[in-house]
Write a protein that binds this ligand. Structure first.
Ligand SMILES: CSCC[C@H](NC=O)C(=O)N[C@@H](CC(C)C)C(=O)N[C@@H](Cc1ccccc1)C(=O)O
Length: 656
């Protein structure tokens, strides 16, 4: 169709990105944050109201020009609270809006350190703020002003952790929970009087819950301070009392995500059992508020629980479950029956449930961005409520894709997604672009990726493949943990087998194969660089290149589970790509962002310098203002352009 364009990087940036939907208590309204991007490299998030009454009505409900996020309904549904930084605000504050008809948002808080992790429980709005403990709000406002004026940018630390993903942590400030009456009034500290702060980084609304009668608080914090990803524990306290009780002190690994049942009788949470292993499958736990008994459910079910919402009758949950390269809604009961899938294909997430059981979710696929709708919990049907992006997507001529299973390391079945370019002709030969996912303990689901869009790469004239190699989640716990601590052998063999498998297809030109990966995918690409491989060129983004130097990152890979390099040097010696530099000879594009504290930027420079020193054709793309991910529109378009130029140079695109 002449009118249509491929799913280019430019098209990706025209799309509106829908965030997590929130359904009103009566199920008639859904509010969703929607982010748009403009050509001046600016973005804006506004809240949209979608009617769940068959009318298809939808409209923005927050003002243009003022970012809004984290919507929560009042228990009656008459009001909506959200976080916004507008007018004279120095930091995000709570705003309130009536849900019946148009109205002005009114400001509820004036917290100098800002507000996050919002929840509306009974008459109170609860929120998290990163504060200087035992200081008044006035003192904190003065301190923030003084910091701005003294021009000293130094951080000082005497404990861990010191960084998280792309920012350094101010050790003097702690994450605490507060509440304010929704009708207005004073902010009350909730966790400070307990002498306990919440987790030092990445803390949000999922890290605490208040019982339906407003009497109890459950929250997560670490009882073993140190790393960012330390042993989280669930604590319970009667609000107003000074001592919180650790409900999970018997478990050396992470417990998280406390959620009171709607009847208030049980507290659910998720439990991992292997300390220091973020990829460990999470098990569903309940704590009885009456008896104090803790129970694990579905221990033998070989899936991890995530994205849980309680059913309104407190009999169980719906969850968004990572399931063999898809994410499906499952019904998970507490009556002993096995969990059962509700939905089929594609990828569902961000579940929200109304008091009457209306279940709302995001749904996406590799060929369409996030849509918002209701899920029929009997049939699994998805009833879409939004019309976001329909106009843009109607102009897109996308290719096709399929799930393929091949034999990987030791003959094991490995799933991969294969994308074909628009107008693909199986009688022609195409170049292959092998994509290597990060994590490694995640999976490439049937979802719409903005930073690594397989269909965008395909639209340049490549067949692309995303193998879910050993270590990927959703294929059982043994498959996940099969690569620890040896991150190399099986994933490398799986990627080589994927390349072999595809090279044997008549439609692949084995002389035009390239590979690209970011983060762990960059690590594995660097491993491939040091070993025999069929690729004409590599793209190595934010790669862990030197496992020893990764010690400076917020996630030191094997440290927490298998010990540091001075105790267990052979793991590091065997697994670190830099030890194989002698063999490097594949042309490589190295990409790294300065603000990447997950894989610090020195890793990229070390790799590039090695390649240059060895005379291997290479190019370094460095983004001084990006983190582990390339997030701004202009830089992302530049990134796609650099990647395209590099792979095109070594593997000419298009069918021949
Ligand atoms: C509890 S965080 C542990 C590491 C985390 N794993 C999540 O998958 C992670 O950041 N992994 C890195 C590699 C590591 C630094 C060696 C990674 O590969 N990240 C990928 C995957 C990812 C995608 C989306 C959200 C989280 C991770 C990446 O950032 O693209």
């Amino acid at each position: 169709d002449d009118e249509k364009t491929p799913l280019s990087a430019e098209v990706l940036w025209k799309l509106e990105r829908a965030g997590a939907p929130v359904v009103s208590p009566d199920g008639t309204m859904v509010v969703v944050p929607l982010t748009t991007y403009d050509e001046d490299n600016e973005s804006e998030t506004r809240l949209w109201l979608l009617a769940n009454d068959g009318s298809g009505a939808q409209r923005p409900i927050t003002a243009e020009g003022s970012a809004a996020s984290s919507p929560v309904f009042s228990p009656s549904g008459a009001q909506l609270a959200f976080i916004s930084k507008r007018n004279e605000d120095e930091a995000g504050q709570i705003y309130l809006l009536p849900t019946a008809g148009p109205g002005e948002a009114s400001k509820l808080t004036d917290v100098p350190t800002g507000v996050s992790g919002l929840r509306w429980e009974g008459e109170y709005l609860y929120f998290i703020s990163s504060v200087w403990p035992e200081h008044s709000w006035e003192e904190m406002a003065d301190r923030l002003k003084a910091e701005e004026e003294d021009h000293i940018s130094a951080f000082t630390w005497s404990e861990m952790p010191y960084s998280f993903f792309d920012h350094y942590l101010n050790e003097d400030r702690k994450n605490h929970l507060f509440r304010i009456p929704a009708a207005g009034g004073d902010v009350e500290p909730v966790t400070e009087p307990l002498g306990m702060a919440m987790m030092p980084a990445g803390t949000g609304a999922g890290d605490y819950d208040v019982s339906p009668d407003g009497k109890h608080l459950a929250f997560v914090t670490t009882s073993t301070p140190g790393a960012v990803y330390s042993n989280g524990d669930v604590f319970l306290v009667e609000l107003g009392k000074k001592k919180a009780r650790n409900l999970t002190s018997d478990n050396p690994a992470n417990d998280y995500g406390p959620m009171f049942s709607p009847d208030g009788k049980q507290l659910a949470f998720a439990r991992q059992r292997i300390a220091g292993f973020y990829g460990d499958q999470a098990k569903l736990m309940t704590y009885s508020m009456a008896s104090g008994d803790t129970q694990m459910h579905h221990e033998d079910w070989d899936y991890g629980v995530s994205g849980l919402v309680w059913t309104p009758d407190s009999s169980g949950f719906y969850g968004a479950i990572d399931d063999k390269a898809t994410r499906r809604v499952y019904s998970i009961s507490l009556d002993g029956n096995a969990p059962s899938p509700v939905t089929k294909e594609n990828d569902y997430g961000a579940l929200s449930i109304a008091d009457n059981g209306v279940l709302v979710a995001q749904r996406q696929s590799a060929l369409h961005p996030v849509r918002i709708g209701t899920v029929d919990t009997q049939s699994g049907d998805f009833n879409r409520l939004d019309a976001f992006n329909d106009e843009v997507m109607a102009t897109v001529d996308a290719g096709t894709y399929e799930s393929v299973t091949y034999k990987g390391h030791n003959g094991a079945d490995i799933q991969m997604w294969v994308h074909y370019p628009p107008g693909f002709n199986p009688r022609k030969e195409y170049p292959l672009m092998m994509l290597i996912h990060g994590g490694p303990h995640g999976a490439i689901s049937d979802n719409f990726h903005y930073r690594w869009n397989a269909q965008t790469f395909a639209s340049w004239g490549y067949v692309t493949a995303w193998p879910n190699f050993h270590g990927s989640s959703g294929f059982g716990q043994d498959f996940v943990d099969a690569i620890n601590p040896d991150w190399t052998t099986k994933p490398y063999a799986d990627v080589m087998a994927a390349a072999d498998f595809l090279a044997q297809k008549k439609f692949i030109d084995e002389d035009r194969m390239v590979a690209a990966g970011g983060s762990y995918g960059g690590y594995l690409s660097s491993i491939i660089l040091g070993k025999e491989n069929p690729f004409k060129a590599l793209v190595i983004h934010a790669a862990v290149y030197d496992l020893y130097a990764q010690m400076s990152a917020d996630f030191a890979v094997n440290m927490e589970r298998f010990g540091p390099y001075w105790e267990n040097p052979e793991i590091y010696r065997e697994q670190s790509p830099h030890y194989y530099a002698k063999n490097f000879n594949t042309p490589s594009l190295v990409i790294h962002g300065q603000n990447d504290l997950r894989v610090p930027v020195g890793q990229g420079f070390e790799l590039y310098r090695t390649l240059q020193t060895k005379g291997v054709e290479s190019r370094l793309v460095y983004y001084p203002d990006e983190n582990h991910w390339i997030l701004s529109r202009a830089n992302s378009l530049h990134w796609y352009g650099e990647v395209r130029d590099w792979v095109s140079k070594f593997a000419e695109p298009g069918g021949k």
